[in-house]
Write a protein that binds this ligand. Sequence first.
Ligand code: MTE
Ligand code: HPA
Ligand code: MOS
Length: 774
Amino acid sequence: MTGEAVYVDDILVNEQLLVGRVVYSPHAHARIKSFDLTKAKQLPGVHAVLCHKDIPGHNQMGPVVKDELCLAVDEVTFVGQAMFLIAAEHEDQCVEAERLVSVEYELREAILEIETAIEKNNLLGPVRTIERGNVEGALRSAPHVIKGELRTGAQEHWYLESQVCLCIPGEGREINVFSSTQHPSETQALIAELLGIGKHEVVVEVRRMGGAFGGKETQANHTACWTALLCWATRRPVKIRLFRDDDMKITGKRHRFLSQYEVGFDDEGVLSAAKFDLNSDGGATVDLSMAIMERAKLHVDNAYYVPNMSVTGRVWKTNLPSNTAFRGFGGPQGMAVIETVIDRIARYLKKDPAEIRFKNFYGLDTNDVTHYGEVVENNRLFLIYHQLMQSSEYQKRRKAVNEFNASYEFYKKGLAITPVKFGISFTTSFLNQAGALVNVYKDGTILVNHGGTEMGQGLHTKIQQVAAAVFGVSLERVKVNATNTSKVPNTSATAASAGTDLNGMAVKHAIDILKSRIAEAIAQVFTEKHPASPSLQDSVIFQDDYIIDEKHPERKIAFADAMPLMQLRQVSLSATGFYRTPDIGWDKEKGHGRPFHYYAFGMAVTEVLLDVLTGHHTILRTDILHDVGDSLNPGIDIGQIEGGYIQGVGWCTTEEIKWDDKGNLMTHSPDTYKIPSVQDIPRDFRTALLQGVPNPNTIRKSKAVAEPPLMLALSAWLAIKDAVSAAAQHEFEPEFSLPATNEVILLSIEKLKQKTSERVTEDVGAKPPLVSSK
Ligand code: MTE
Ligand code: HPA
Ligand code: MOS
């Protein structure tokens, strides 16, 4: 890091710049009886204090469903809901003005738990089921049935750059918006509607975000809308940058889930039936909750074939900030359920969970259709499993772990392997499209515009590589521009891990058009010099910064020398490209179809050491083998895999979100919310990319990488469960939720010890059997 990267907060603005601030609700649910802004407006240095009445257009910022007010009208429905906006010359004037705002509330009952929402039947959207086979019949005839419930927690995105936007007024109605958003086109659309102007007056630009992780797919829009409104009202540049604590309180998180399952299986642990009920805490408004629940339902199978299966999803409305996209987008919540199920089956049958996993994998030619009807093509599960079991020396280490556990009372080790199969494509099928605009200049430099945004995932680097490779030129010739809605319009969010897949193809399309125009003109140039043996457009190639006639390799011209000729010959050096993912289609009402272009696969083996007396754990070693097709950039891909895994470890272990009984977030800063630090990285971290597996029908045979590795962290969660279970000689099933905080671990160990002592007093002298690892 050089400090040269320009984030929104680093953009230089003149002395006209005002600081913006949002005044938000201190109550989870209340009627606004009255408010008075007069005093706040009179404070020196204050240029605007706005309420909902000051909105010139629609008071709306709902991304999918229009259920989200920009500024509250007569009711507030969560702590953190925006009510008023202030613009002043200095931050402290904003704070002072906020203190002068007076509001009278009438408190109302708040729903803060999924259970309460269920009791009151407070649904946020339609209930949908995906079903295959005869689940009830198969459960009745199954030799063994397990039922249970799993809670998975919320998660804060903790992007290093909090939500931020800078708006600069242009001429007339023009407004220039510099937003840290994953979805510039949606930010543009909402601002236009809010201000009551055309989208062609609003330009949204994103150079880069300082991290997003899904937290800026829709919820960057809020800060952008508020800033735009203040800019509109004052006709001055305005910036809002949320303080960390405010950001954590105001914005939504990963959805908490409360899930029930009932599964049937045989003596070998092979699943015959599964019934899942998934309940999520949507928060106060819909946001992306329906799509997130859908992805959870499409990933509750993870890597396993279940012939008879049904999964029902319910999104519940609570008085909390609307929960939103977070890396994995419901996938982690779905997968955690079936991974618990597999682990429980193994403990019930006293077998190694690895064995149960292997037996239930989707098959290569049979048992290869998911519960929603998509065929699992190019299944890499077996390839990865065999390679990773060997390279991680799983069996040998399983024995070593058992030996260790037999000889230490206060330390226990745990080991687990878990797979990931993750569907790549937006499940909202039409979103799978992208555009590009590529300009070549007379000096032979190339400026690539595309619809994707950079958030640290390395998208622009990959696009630069793609452009250079397709054009046959060196990397230095290519620059990727800041994402800008006036260059490439009507884009989808950079999300669903599909940034490179979609935009890479759109850029390639634009470059292919340019190449064919240039090739035609260059063939003419060559032919004019060699009229006796004309050069053909089709034999003109682009390679190593040259344009060459393949049939007559001595006929060549440097790329940079050729471009001025193009201008003389009146060849357009600017082209747009477009891509839409082929062969996908999904009927969410029927719960059937092919939502995904392909699947990404990976597996991880995690080994932990647990201090039985404190619940503290250390990840001793992690081995990951992940499938990225033909990697476009192994450095970036490994970074994404390791970063995703660690982010997942945070969700699985230490990141615990708590609200008090009034709906106030209690964990709103790093001293109460524990994200992974260097201490939490595996002591021995071995990450490898699966080799020799080109992905058909994608940009340069690559595969999306971004989200799937997060779910590899379930191996850390289950390794901890394994170690906890060892504290009672694997005799009883530990009660376990996610995250497995020290508290969860200690309580779980306590319960196991109680069971063990009850058992020993009943059955004096009997030695508890160790789990066999056949
Ligand atoms: N990596 C970094 N460093 N920062 C991020 O904000 N977001 C993740 C993932 N990796 C993120 C990241 C999420 S949620 C998604 S969907 C993808 O990057 C988006 O980028 P891509 O589609 O270009 O891979
Ligand atoms: N992933 C991420 N974002 C989305 C999706 C998805 O599948 N669908 C709609 N927005
Ligand atoms: Mo990622 S959760 O799809 O932005």
